[in-house]
Design a protein around this ligand. Structure first.
Ligand code: 26V
Length: 752
């Protein structure tokens, strides 16, 4: 069946087809099949609005969800072709920065899998997150053109008018089918502007930020380090929400809504503050339909809910009134009226929307004028309630709730780790594929040696596969017998890749002194730094430089190898995660809202080395302290320290000789041989003079715990494998199906 179809579509034999042709043909087959599973929405339908959907490659995932994977795989094999090579032909849509965008993609998968009516709304960026290259141990950025002739996005032919700075633009609606695992098909709606011109891109990823007609959807998250970049973000955000709001109203009207009852037809989830302007925009559109302001506010509040994804103050969006006046003057009367309404509810100045400095606080608007505000892990929600958003919590305790994040097991187990998946099925049956909680059955095997040995073997195979991939992509040889300790996530000081770096330097010295570690370690990093984030780029530089310094030192290189993956993205994550022994989740406690990589690693049988931060706390509760390596200050301690403002990194530097030795190494002769003095000195000064994310106070605890893990890994592999097994068996809770069920029950109430 598949074979005949493929041949028909390609009008030649499968052997004679290129992978590009096969990819295009399979895409057509998937599109046809997924179309059959589109269902009319009944009752309340969800619109998940987000500036990011980090969907990753779609072909394999869709084949799995539609039950076509085996057939496609066998058919290719029968004609001497391989699915793995075919996957290489697909460009990755990198329409997100990290966890927030990937979460949105996992949620869409779970919504369709659970047969819930729920679409995404976002932007069809011409270039996703930049392509990262390393040159002279520095990150450089190149545009990532992912839209090829054969694309998953389909032009619906529909457009919506959007007024930006007084000019009308047409937002064209494209759609991507979202398939569910044995479930329905939903849509990801992405808006674009016809006049956008890729020729505007100059050197690297720079372009004329003022030419809106040509640049509006050119890039995901353009650099917002200057005013032109910040203005462009407002343009993008309003373009997305205005077109999205019009589309929602149109759909609901068609389904019978008279707009007064909008909340019976639509639930809108605002993913962080990027889509917050949907609130005043919907109010504006409802008022155009003769609904009075007060009622419009009420309707919108009942329809919308807001998710907060960070407690970092600098990441909560605030826009100068002058910017909004310029780009969206039509919203300003409404934003001012909302501010007045909010001021009538409380005298607490910390909750105003428009403050006395002429700044509009987007998150404040969200909390006042939606019915639900949720955090993304238990600890995060508690911190929001008790510190960051305490004044709002006092005002609206009923609005606050927690929804611990999750990940889709289809991509992060079934698709990326087929060997583990089929072994799990052998042991506990296929039920876990649909019902993640069934993974708990695996715990019955925790003390069976042959099961543990098989887990070790599967891990070994996955490490070998990663090793081959690294050789092919980056010309690196790694030792699959070593412990693979992986830190893969955006580069940010709060995530503390620099702590990992200091550990590796410390080990370097210890090896030089003859104190060799219990096992060789391969320290793998995957991270992109925001192009304007200087210190983050300096950290990448230091990692790459250290990698080279160690590689040139035969004494040390037999024990430590440092690998930085170029262009870390979803595709790379799918190769790295199944191969990991030790999952590095070492953010400063209280700063990582949840983390989702932590869940992916755990599910694939890695043991976590982490702080009690974000969802690590819930992982630790589930697996028990003997199956996780926890270290470092507690969030309460950290919050206290920030409150007292009494942290002085220099004191730690001066009083701990090990730490001082490691920090000084950054600008020592070994590093300067391969690195750039300016960057390395800047990093050293940042650490000794500021260290805003308190790396130093956690340094000793980290190194003790990590060496303990290394020893446990080396000395008792079976006991280590038991830890892996327990982690897998406890991962069910972190399925995004569970998360979506909780949103459904407590916030959305979708369907009839
Ligand atoms: C944004 C920015 C932008 C300005 C510069 C500094 C900065 C720092 C952080 C962010 C994060 C934006 C929101 C975000 O991506 N949050 C992530 O959401 C994930 C899904 O809920 C969660 O797992 C991560 O812990 C959280 O960081």
């Amino acid at each position: 069946m598949m074979e005949k179809k493929l041949q028909e579509l390609c009008s030649k034999s499968i052997e004679a087809c290129s992978y590009e042709e096969l990819y295009a043909a399979l895409m057509t087959i998937v599109k046809e099949k997924s179309r059959e599973k589109i269902l009319p929405a009944e009752g309340r339908k969800l619109y998940y609005i987000s500036a990011e959907f980090l969907i990753g490659k779609l072909l394999s995932n869709n084949l799995i969800n539609l039950g076509l994977y085996e057939e496609a795989d066998q058919c290719l094999q029968a004609h001497g072709k391989s699915m793995a090579e075919l996957e290489e032909a697909e460009p990755e849509p990198s329409l997100g920065n990290g966890g927030l965008g990937r979460l949105a993609a996992c949620f869409l998968d779970s919504l369709a899998t659970l047969n819930l009516p729920g679409d995404g709304i976002g932007l069809r960026y011409h270039c996703g997150l930049f392509h990262q290259y390393f040159r002279k141990n520095l990150q450089t950025e190149e545009p990532d053109f992912w839209l090829s002739a054969d694309t998953w996005t389909e032009d619906t032919g529909k457009t919506y008018p959007v007024s930006l700075a007084g000019r009308e633009y047409q937002a064209r609606l494209y759609q991507i089918d979202v398939t569910g695992y044995e479930g329905r098909t939903n849509k990801l709606n992405l808006f674009d502007l016809d006049t956008v011109d890729e020729a505007l891109i100059q050197d690297g990823i720079s372009f004329d930020k003022a030419d809106i007609e040509k640049n509006l959807t050119l890039f995901l998250y353009p650099d917002d380090s200057d005013d032109a970049g910040r203005l462009l973000r407002i343009y993008q955000q309003y373009f997305m929400v205005s077109a999205g709001a019009q589309m929602i109203l149109e759909e609901c009207e068609k389904r019978g809504s008279n707009f007064h009852d909008l909340a019976d037809y639509a639930a809108i989830q605002i993913n962080d503050t990027h889509p917050s302007m949907v609130i005043p925009e919907l109010i504006r559109l409802l008022m155009e339909k003769e609904i009075p302001f007060e009622e419009a506010v009420d309707i919108v509040t009942k329809t919308c809910a807001y998710t907060n994804h960070t407690i970092l103050a600098e990441a909560l969006e605030k826009w100068p009134v002058s910017f909004l006046e310029q780009v969206v003057p039509q919203l300003m009367p409404i934003i001012r009226a909302l501010d007045e309404t909010a001021r009538k509810r409380t005298e607490d100045a910390s909750t105003v929307i428009l403050d006395e400095n002429g700044i509009v606080h987007m998150a404040h608007m969200d909390i006042h004028f939606t019915h639900s505000t949720n955090g993304v892990a238990a600890l995060h929600t508690e911190i929001l309630k008790n510190s960051e958003l305490h004044s709002f919590y006092k005002l609206y305790p009923e609005k606050f709730n927690n929804k611990t994040n999750g990940i889709t097991f289809r991509r992060w187990l079934l698709s990326c780790n087929p060997e583990l998946t089929s072994y799990l099925e052998e042991l506990i049956g296929p039920g876990f594929r649909k019902d993640a909680a069934q993974l708990e059955k695996l715990a019955d095997y925790a003390d069976q040696e042959e099961v543990l040995r098989r887990l070790i073997e599967i891990k070994k195979h996955n490490k070998e596969k990663l090793a081959d991939w690294l050789t092919e992509k980056q010309g690196i040889t790694v030792n699959p017998e070593s412990m693979f300790a992986i830190q893969a996530k955006r580069l940010h000081e709060y995530k503390r890749q620099q702590l990992n770096l200091l550990y590796l330097i410390h080990q370097y010295y210890e090896i030089k002194r003859g104190h060799v570690p219990a096992a060789p370690i391969t320290a793998v990093f995957g991270a992109k730094a925001a192009p304007a984030y200087t210190i983050a780029k300096d950290i990448i530089h230091a990692i790459l430089t250290l990698s080279q310094a160690i590689a040139h030192d035969p004494e040390v290189s037999q024990w430590i190898q440092v690998v930085m993956i170029e262009n870390y993205n979803v595709t790379a994550a799918e190769k790295m995660i199944p191969a990991c022994d030790l999952s590095e989740q070492i953010s400063l406690a209280s700063k990582e809202a949840s983390g989702t990589g932590n869940m992916k690693f755990m599910l694939n049988g890695a043991v976590t080395l982490g702080t009690l931060d974000g969802a690590n706390v819930e992982i630790a509760e589930r697996v028990g302290e003997e199956n996780i390596y926890i270290f470092g200050q507690s969030s309460a301690q950290v919050i206290r320290r920030y409150g007292h403002q009494d942290y002085c990194s220099r004191e730690w530097y001066e009083s701990d000789p090990n730490l001082r030795r490691a920090v000084d190494f950054l600008t020592g002769e070994e590093m300067l041989k391969y690195g750039c003095e300016e960057n390395l000195t800047r990093l050293k000064n940042e650490l000794t003079g500021k260290d805003w994310f308190q790396t130093f106070p956690d340094f000793n605890a980290y190194l003790v715990r990590k060496n303990q893990a290394l020893e446990d890994f080396a000395v008792n592999p079976l006991k280590w494998a038991r830890r892996c097994l327990i982690n897998i068996s406890q991962a069910g809770f972190f399925s995004s199906d569970r998360t979506i069920e909780a949103y459904q029950k407590e916030i959305w109430h979708l369907g009839k």
